[in-house]
Each structure stands twice: as C-alpha cells, then as structure tokens.
Design a protein around this ligand. Structure first.
Ligand SMILES: O=C(CO)[C@H](O)[C@H](O)COP(=O)(O)O
Length: 432
C-alpha cells in the first residue's frame, strides 16, 4: 500500500497510453529503472476501461497503483469502481464540488483506498489545496495539464506555496523531466508524477533511472535557465518539420519549396521580403536588416528569374543569418552549396533579374502559400519548410517534441519486431 517516506521521494509513472499491453510493458521497463508507483493515466482508462486497473494489479501485485480517474461527479460510485478493480489510490479533481470530494473520501474509507486530489485548473489552487485537505483527501497533486504545459504553465511555483499550507503529502505533475524533478524535490515534493518523459522515451528504463538519480540526489542536478527564445530554438533543433506539421494539425508547411542542399537544417525568426519577379534589391537589402539567427523569407513569384544567388548567400553567412527561403528561384546553386548556408527555394535557374527596388521588407507576406509575419519561427529540413506563428512558437515547439517522443518509442517497438499497424492497433482505431 501507499506510504510516503519523506527522505525518499516517490516516482509515480503516469501510463498515458491507449493500450493495456503496451502500458504493462512500459510499466515493467520503468520499474526496472527505479519508478515506484504505477498510474493508469486518464487516456488509458478512457481507452481500456477499468479492466486496465485489473490487469495492472494482476501484473504487479505488490505495486501501488493509482487510477487517474479525475473524478468530477458521482464520487462514491467511481471510487468504488477504482477500488474494486484493484487501485490503491483514486484521483478526484480538486475542482469538483465539495459534495463529490466528501463522497469520494467516504467511499475510499469504506473500500480501503486513498484519495489524491488533482489541482489541475483549480481557480485558486493554494486555497483549494487547504480546503480539500480539510475534506479528508490523502494526497494533493499540483498539476499543470499537458495542454497547459504546452502554453508555458508550470506547476513548480504553485507547489512551492501549497507545501507551505498543507500537512498531507504533495505530488507534482506536468511535463517533469530529470531537471524539474530535482527542482520539485528540493522545493518539497513528496511524489513526482512523470508521464511523457518516461513513457514516450525510446529507452524507458534509462529515462526512469535518470529521474531516480535526480530525485535521490537533487543537489547534484545542474539547473540551467534558458531565455524563451533559446528554449524554443533548442526544442526545435531536436524535432523535424514532420513533427512540427503533426503538432500543427497539418498546417504551416510551405508548398513547392524544397531544400537546395540535403542534410542542412535551418531554424530562425523571419525577416520577410515582398518583391516582384526577378527584382532582387529588397531581397539583398534584407540581409542588412537581418540579425544573427534570422531567416530571410522572400516572395518573388517567378520560377524563371532568380532574386538570389551566391554573393547574397555569402553576405548572409558573414552576418550569421540562419538561412533563406524563396518562393521563387535561386541561382549559382554550385556556389550556394559550397558556402553551405541552408537555402530553400522553388527551383534553381541561371537567370538573375534586376535590382529595381520594388517591394517591402518586414511586412506580412505569403510564401509557399503560407502567411509569414516578421518574427515567426521558420524551420527547414529535407522534408521542406514550416512556419510557426510567433505567438504560438513555444506551444508548437513543445507539442512537436511530444510528437517526436511518441515516434521515438514507436521506432523502438518496431525495432523489437512489431509492425507499425500492430504497434498502433490500427484496426481498432479505424473510424467506426
Ligand atoms: O494527468 C496527466 C495529464 O492530465 C498526466 O498524467 C500528467 O500530466 C503527467 O504526464 P506528463 O509528465 O506527460 O505531463
């Protein structure tokens, strides 16, 4: 049964998956890495029903099992379901009505299980944590939900307040990794709830072990703070344009624009150029406006006359510009390739136009059939180029990272011998 030793923080692995057999396999691997408690995540319970709790209980008779049911109503009935299926702890939303929390607590006492109250989306989480403690819950979970995390909410600052106000064990959840787990433990967390950074890892055991080491020796973990822009760029470095397209629900990919040099990745913030067939003045003037780490994004609209070539590419390299995207043609492709700056364009041709000077720098443009504003994040690789609106850059980067993690785990399962349709249970998830 569930106990919390103040000197040994608990790692609760959140099995946010869709299939029981994969959940059991990943649970085994995470236990090997040092995880303590197994949580049947909300998506897993919705996908497989309470039977997943029964199967986890059969597979891991000695382990503490949490049913993350996020109960909002009919507290007694749902706690009974969780308890009878074999859970030790049942999760109730702290934002549920007091009557639901009280009924959940009463049923928990009757069936010999504990209640964890999840503060996700609670209006005043610190005040609510004190109220639910009085209502009799056994644990509090300070939780930034997965969608909230993607928009930058983190649970640590709230948890630091909650631990000062309640006497019951406090869990923390929401995108935790080895570094944030260490910070949470230093700040007083008794339980760290980790989902994606363990269960979507290609090496679940190693990821769980890294969390184990960090919660057991948090002082040894190096904590670095990045600016938001650096954080976005660091995440975007580790994902592909395909991952980003998935994260954007297939929006954002430029049409008919291709890498002119295979194997070169580009990440940067847009300096936009609107110009006209072959007029290269504004395109070249934009190099002087660009800062290090920018990408020059040009609408030129001709496949036959290039507004860009080798000399402009070399000027960009000198300024630290991250790359160039042209809805139109590029020339001097041999020079451009030698220089090595990432250039993406519709095609390459020999013809240059004239520097007439029509057009504009840093206005909204359409490039590759996508709207691009100055400052939007532009990512290019061998798949093509995607535009991420600057207002959603952090969120999309985080979501793309989740896509990438999920794919890494799928690659690992296919490497072990399964086919893609087996891993994804395609037949089951075809539309009914
Ligand atoms: O309950 C959840 C989502 O509502 C997750 O289980 C919890 O947030 C932990 O997962 P992650 O570490 O991926 O955020």
């Amino acid at each position: 049964m569930s106990k919390v030793d103040p000197n040994k923080p608990i790692i609760q692995v959140a099995l946010d998956l869709l299939e029981t057999d994969r959940a059991i396999q990943i649970a085994k691997e995470s236990l090997e890495g040092g995880a303590d408690w197994l949580e049947a995540g909300t998506p897993l319970i919705k996908s497989e029903g309470m039977d997943v709790i029964r199967k986890l209980r059969d597979a891991f008779p000695e382990k503490t099992i949490i049913a993350d049911m996020k109960i909002t109503d009919t507290g007694a009935m749902e706690v009974e379901m969780g308890a009878k299926a074999g859970a030790d702890i049942v999760v109730v939303l702290a934002s549920a009505d007091d009557s639901t929390i009280l009924e959940s607590v009463r049923a928990a006492r009757k069936y010999g299980v504990k209640i964890m109250a999840d503060l996700i989306s609670a209006n005043d989480p610190v005040a609510r944590s004190m109220e639910v403690e009085k209502l009799g819950v056994d644990y509090i979970n300070v939780h930034a939900g997965i969608d909230q995390q993607m928009e930058g909410l983190d649970s640590l600052s709230i948890m630091k307040e909650v631990v000062k106000k309640v006497n019951i064990p406090v869990a923390i959840a929401g995108g935790l990794d080895a570094v944030s787990c260490a910070e949470a433990v230093i700040a007083g967390a008794d339980i760290v709830v980790v989902g994606g950074n363990i269960v979507r890892s290609s090496n679940v055991t190693a990821s769980a072990r890294a969390i184990r080491e960090s919660v057991d020796s948090p002082a040894k973990v190096q904590i670095t703070r990045l600016s938001r822009d650096d954080e976005i760029r660091t995440i975007l470095e580790s994902v592909s344009t395909s991952n980003i397209s998935d994260a954007m629900h297939r929006k954002g990919a430029m049409q008919d624009i291709f890498s002119m040099m295979e194997g070169k990745k580009m990440i940067g913030t847009a300096v936009t150029v609107q110009t006209f067939k072959g007029d290269w003045a504004k395109a070249v003037e934009a190099i002087d406006e660009a800062k290090e780490g920018d990408v020059i994004v040009i609408y030129n609209g001709s496949r036959h006359v290039a507004p860009w070539g080798g000399l402009a590419t070399l000027s960009c390299l000198n300024k630290g510009v991250a790359g160039v995207v042209i809805d139109g043609a590029v020339r001097d492709i041999d020079e451009v390739r030698k220089i090595g700056l990432p250039v993406f364009a519709t095609c390459h041709v020999p013809n240059a136009g004239e520097p007439k000077g029509f057009g504009e720098i840093n206005s909204e443009i359409v490039c590759g059939n996508q709207t691009v504003n100055p400052g939007d994040y532009i990512v290019g690789d061998d798949n093509g180029v995607v535009v991420i609106p600057k207002e959603r850059a952090y969120e999309i980067a985080r979501r793309a990272k989740e896509v990438e993690k999920t794919e890494q785990r799928l690659f690992e399962e296919i490497r072990r011998g399964a086919t893609l349709s087996e891993v994804m249970k395609l037949k089951k998830w075809e539309k009914h």
